[in-house]
Design a binder for this molecule. Structure first.
Ligand SMILES: [Zn+2]
Length: 319
């Protein structure tokens, strides 16, 4: 992958930019979308991963047409469509877009795809959050205003627990995992091709962004990734929300880090340490290789502190 090595910071900044600029701030961000190129990687069988700017896209491309998981940013929609057509597999359109969660770097293309006839599918809370907008953040210093999305960008099919799209000879299944990265996360399974798209419940840019302000929690993220990694075949190909195609060992290393860092934070909380003390004592020093430009150790301490105590930040709960 061209982004390995320095990729961590790159993905991180993209993710931050995405959150800051999603929706209303259209056009005032630094990104020059005309310079973004879409890189297509064959993952397995008829499943491809597309990288440009924003979250990874998974695509099922076959005789029935195209299903994509996530759609990056609106200005990239034409390039994404062109990249898919250039595979030369089908002339049929992108029939369905499945959103893994509501953040703008994964849903920004909903409007242009919907305008060209795609049906957007997502978990109930994704539609609610896109519709109302709100504040995303880690319950601490990381806070981003998310403006309401235009009506055309809203998913027209939503599900509470799971939904299956039967296309290209595969039962493409989206399954809701509550309270991980957000409260509307879906993991998308391509069982015939042995591929899974994790959304932002699994990322490769270091400590993860957990949107505590949008119903996310570290415990939910651990639970989701543990369940997925115990139930999937050992050789499943894993598409992370951000970063290179991975495997279950990568997911397990990520979960191990989440467990250990949460335990370290809980221990400090049990000792009645303040957030400031936890930062000063650098309680996450043993995991410093995970500290990234987007979520550095201090921001992840805030996340861990706010996630288990549940008393900080602005909580917007959907049932
Ligand atoms: Zn996200």
């Amino acid at each position: 992958m061209k982004n390995s090595g320095s990729g961590r910071g790159w993905f991180a900044m993209v993710c931050l930019a995405a959150l800051v600029t999603s929706g209303a701030a259209l056009g005032q961000e630094n990104t020059d979308y005309s310079k973004v190129q879409i890189k297509v990687t064959k993952v397995s069988g008829n499943i491809y991963m597309l990288e440009g700017e924003g979250g990874n896209i998974a695509a099922s491309v076959g005789e029935d047409g195209i299903v994509i998981v996530d759609d990056q940013y609106a200005p990239l929609a034409e390039k994404i469509r062109a990249a898919l057509n250039n595979l030369g597999i089908t002339d049929k359109p992108v029939r369905f877009v499945i959103n893994t969660h509501y953040h703008g770097d994964h849903t920004g293309g909903n409007a242009p795809f919907a305008n060209r006839g795609s049906t957007v599918i997502a978990q109930d809370n994704v539609r609610k959050r896109l519709e109302t907008g709100g504040t995303a953040g880690n319950g601490g210093s990381l806070k981003m205003d998310i403006p309401p999305a235009p009506k055309v960008a809203l998913p027209v099919i939503t599900f509470e627990h799971d939904v299956t799209v039967h296309l290209n000879g595969e039962d493409i299944r989206a399954l809701h995992f509550p309270a991980g990265h957000t409260d509307g996360d879906a993991v998308i399974f391509f069982p015939k091709n042995n591929v899974v798209h994790m959304g932002d419940d699994f990322v490769r840019y270091g400590f993860p962004f957990i949107d505590v302000a949008s119903g996310g929690s570290v415990q939910g993220m651990i639970a989701a990734m543990e369940r997925v990694s115990t139930e999937l075949p050992a050789d499943v190909k894993v598409i992370p929300g951000h970063g290179a195609v991975s495997n279950l060992d990568d997911v397990r290393a990520f979960v191990k880090m989440l467990r250990e860092t949460s335990a370290a934070a809980q221990k400090a909380i049990d000792e009645h340490k303040t957030l400031q003390q936890m930062k000063e004592e650098k309680i996450l020093a043993p995991w410093k290789q995970w500290s990234g430009e987007f979520i550095d150790a201090d921001k992840f301490i805030e996340t861990l502190y706010n996630s288990p105590t549940g008393t900080k930040g602005e909580f917007v709960k959907h049932n």
